[in-house]
Design a protein around this ligand. Structure first.
Ligand code: AMP
Length: 397
């Protein structure tokens, strides 16, 4: 851990520029899901409690460098005030004389929100001049936007090199969870990778086979592996063109001592529909007109065994077509098993990335996981073993 936290900084009386992700959904000017705002509240409260003055830097949507009123952060002020239980002032630009005056006038207990950083086209180019303009507003930089850390932008990367820099509480929790799951995990480590396609998760699989002891492959992408093993998959979603790549992954995993667990039995239907008539068959018996939509109970029993023997679990992607009942069965049952082992103190479980959060929420298991990352792209890039520029900049700060 080469980065500092708020505890390492002297915040008293200091203006603290906090990069946050408050890119919340809005319908007709109303915030429909304030989860992201609630998750940054501890950072803001801790800075205020230490006598610091939080100044929030954030992007909102994709204005493409133009000032667009419907993407103004101004509309979030009431929701932020409710979440922080304090007054939130607004500056109509994230740099310049107006923002500097607002930052100077900020009183203890108050928060200043700066306008959408992406109203400047140079933000996404990691422009040092824009970063310098932002840095003039504060004395300390705190990055609490892990979900934006895979992008090198002025407000996530360049600015961290201009001020004493640290991670906020959410970033800290996310990095600690991820480090304990993959960088320095308690072994054995199991990864679950599911979802639609092998082609979108090649780098992920390549990194994981080097690092984990067991790799459970599920969902549509498991079908491609079945094809690589010469098994029939009927009309299932499968990337036949990736057959050789899948075979190479199997060979590399073997050489690296990583056990790959593919479905040994399958739920097969004729249509991609909820409640479609289906049967459970051995994995080598998919009929020509059959569509594999989930893993079966034997596969699940093996997955449960592997989970029981593991100390750490990292999960991305559903094991079947989880949006269609009952083809959410394997995903739900495996998630509930992981949740029970976590509750019993036997397992550290970390999950994240797009559909995974939705799938684990639907199963009712999410609350018991050690950590669920909502960071999407940043979580996946981290799982792929890539350096995240926003984190690297904190490490060298
Ligand atoms: P991803 O975005 O790659 O994590 O993929 C998630 C999507 O994969 C979900 O929409 C699932 O419905 C889909 N999926 C998972 N398993 C299957 C399957 N066996 N056949 C078709 N789609 C699947």
């Amino acid at each position: 851990m080469g980065w500092k936290t708020l505890d390492d900084m002297d915040l008293n009386g200091k203006r603290v520029l906090v990069r946050v992700d408050i890119n919340v959904p809005i319908v007709d000017g109303v915030v429909t899901d304030s989860t992201r705002i609630r998750r940054i509240a501890p950072t803001v409260r801790d800075i205020l409690a230490a006598g610091g003055k939080p100044i929030l830097l954030a992007h909102f949507g994709r204005p493409g460098g133009e000032r667009r009123e419907n993407l103004s952060l101004n509309q979030l002020v009431p929701t932020l005030e409710r979440a922080f239980e304090t007054r939130v002032l607004f500056a109509a630009d994230c740099i310049g004389a107006g923002a500097e005056a607002a930052a100077d006038a900020l009183q203890p207990g108050e928060v200043l929100l700066l306008e959408n950083t992406r109203f400047h086209a140079t933000e996404t180019k990691n422009d040092p001049e824009l970063a310098a303009g932002m840095a003039r507003l504060g004395e300390i930089y705190c990055n609490d936007a892990f979900s934006a850390a895979h992008r090198a932008h002025s407000s996530t990367e360049a600015i961290a090199r201009l001020l004493p820099a640290c991670a906020g509480r959410l970033m800290q929790a996310e990095l600690q969870a991820l480090e304990s799951a993959l960088s320095q995990p308690q072994r054995p480590v199991t990864a679950v990778v599911g979802g639609a396609k092998v082609s979108t998760k090649l780098e992920l699989l390549g990194n994981l086979i080097e690092k984990v002891d067991h790799l459970v492959i599920g969902g549509g992408m498991a079908n491609t592996f079945l094809v690589a093993k010469g098994l029939p998959v009927g009309i299932s979603l499968a990337e036949r063109i990736m057959k050789d790549t899948a075979a190479e992954i199997l060979a590399k995993a073997k050489a690296a001592g990583c056990e790959i667990i593919l479905p040994s039995d399958i739920a097969v239907a004729k249509k991609f529909e909820a409640h479609a008539e289906h049967e459970i068959l051995p994995a080598d018996q998919c009929p020509e007109d059959g569509m594999i939509l989930d893993a079966g109970p034997d596969s699940l029993a093996r997955i449960n065994e592997v989970f029981e023997a593991s100390k750490t679990l990292i999960w991305n992607g559903p094991l079947g077509a989880f949006e269609l009942e009952p083809f959410d069965a394997a995903t739900n049952a495996a998630a509930l098993k992981a949740a029970a082992l976590t509750r019993a103190g036997q397992l550290i479980s970390v999950a994240g990335g797009g559909d995974t959060v939705a799938a684990l929420n639907a199963s009712g298991a999410a609350g018991d996981f050690t950590y669920i990352s909502t960071a999407g792209g940043a979580f996946l890039e981290w799982m792929e073993g890539k350096e995240l520029p926003g984190v690297a900049a904190l490490e060298s700060a």
